[in-house]
Design a protein around this ligand. Structure first.
Ligand SMILES: [Zn+2]
Length: 434
């Protein structure tokens, strides 16, 4: 029997869920029109009155919200509540210019924690579990998000945050961590560090599952993590603008459940802005249905995914999205060809001699773009024979060319020579912009 955090909501008939969404959408539109000068102005400019939104289908009449809107109204210009009602702020890193600030009422924080409690429960996390939160704590939402979610369901939290990796592994071993939450690249680093300490996560710890997210990762990387650490690797998904990490895969592992009573999912063609059919890749657009401090209407997350609407085998009726295959913002254009770092990762990790780390370096060679990939080899794959190395290089560049339709320069580097990440990893260096 599958365990549910809230069986009534999680398994509600699809028709009832849609009815609830329609009702909440209608309420939301009135709420933001009355409480957010930003949305009032935007709706007025588009000639939309709250009463124009009567059903779920009317959502397409509403304008999109972009991350730029949050920047333009920095810091709190889009908030719908006065400061006296705010319980907390978070902020996303501002790689270019100002960060974006997110505010929460106490109800927003409770609902955030509940969303994750549902997800953690759906893969069997319970009161006996010790969940090590190795996402950064602070303005970044990963740490506190996973923390509150697991406290909500009564698991024991080990709030290590990121960094200090040897100590993390010591505590993991001594206290008997059973589940971990961090970026996939940080977990790779943990596996490697543990090995250097003479500890095998597979044999010497009680870790049986991990929640990995905050950066796109491929199915191939998931498989490597599972093989090397002996754990089950689950997707966890969310972005700071929507609250933080909110959704996970369930034990069926066929998509991430998006809680439809709180969030409305659309998948659009980024060019035409029209919905794509179920199962086809497009850009994720989410409307928050119940948030008080910073509700967002048709927020363009810029992550690329597919939507699966049919009910899951686990019994949950809420829609699912597939693993994030990349961000539309991450796309690089090389000699006119669109390349996603995730494609490169998928190709490389399918080659057994290749290690877990790589770096894409883009340069301009006269009028032409040059794409080089530095690739770490597996510890065991290194050979003194030049001919072996040449053959491997040829195999890798052939595989990359086949998928990317692009000639790529391959450089094999020693195991351990590329930078490791304790948070979100950087996989592209673009020297063309300098
Ligand atoms: Zn499910």
């Amino acid at each position: 029997m599958p365990e549910y955090w809230d069986p009534e909501i999680e398994t509600m008939p699809v028709a009832d869920l849609k009815k609830l969404q329609g009702k909440r959408l209608k309420e939301l539109v009135s709420y933001v029109y009355e409480n957010s000068p930003f949305y009032k102005k935007r709706f007025d400019e588009c000639g939309i009155r709250p009463e124009d939104i009567q059903t779920l289908e009317d959502i397409t009449k509403l304008p999109f919200t972009l991350k730029q809107d949050l920047r333009d109204t920095y810091p709190t210009g889009m908030f719908c509540v006065p400061n006296s009602r705010l319980a907390r702020f978070h902020a996303s890193s501002g790689t270019t210019g100002k960060p974006t600030v997110v505010g929460y009422t106490q109800k927003d924080i409770d609902e955030w924690a509940e969303s994750l409690a549902r997800g953690f429960t759906s893969v069997g996390v319970g009161k006996d579990d010790i969940l090590q939160v190795s996402y950064g704590y602070g303005l970044f939402t990963g740490g506190l998000g996973a923390h509150y979610g697991s406290e909500k369901l009564g698991a024991t939290v080990l709030p290590t945050s990121s960094g200090n990796t040897e100590r993390q592994i010591e505590l993991m071993t001594d206290l008997g961590t059973t589940a971990i939450a961090c970026t996939p690249s940080y977990f790779l680093f943990m596996i490697e560090t543990a090995r250097k300490m003479g500890i095998s996560i597979k044999d010497d710890t009680k870790v049986k599952m991990g929640f990995f997210g905050a950066e796109p990762w491929s199915t191939e990387l998931k498989k490597r993590i599972e093989d090397e650490s002996g754990i089950k690797a689950y997707d966890i998904y969310g972005t700071s603008e929507l609250s933080g990490p909110l959704f996970t895969e369930c034990s069926e592992q066929c998509g991430i459940h998006i809680w439809g009573d709180k969030f409305l999912v659309e998948i659009l063609d980024p060019e035409t802005e029209e919905p794509v059919p179920d199962g086809e890749i497009g850009e994720l657009v989410i409307t928050t249905l119940t948030k008080e401090a910073l509700p967002l209407i048709r927020y363009r997350v810029k992550d690329l995914t597919r939507k699966l609407s049919e009910p899951c085998k686990c019994g949950r009726t809420h829609p699912r999205i597939t693993r994030i295959s990349g961000r539309s913002d991450d796309m690089i254009i090389v000699r006119g060809i669109n390349v996603f770092p995730g494609q490169v990762e998928s190709v490389l990790l399918n080659i057994p001699e290749v290690g877990n780390h790589f770096m894409i370096i883009l340069d301009r060679d006269g009028p032409l773009d040059n794409m080089k990939v530095q690739i770490e080899m597996n510890e065991s794959a290194f050979s003194d024979r030049m001919s072996d190395m040449m053959a491997l290089k040829k195999k890798i560049s052939g595989a990359l060319r086949h998928v990317l339709n692009l000639a790529v320069e391959v450089e094999l580097v020693e195991h351990g020579s590329l930078p490791r990440s304790e948070g979100k990893s950087k996989k592209v260096i673009d020297n063309r912009k300098m």
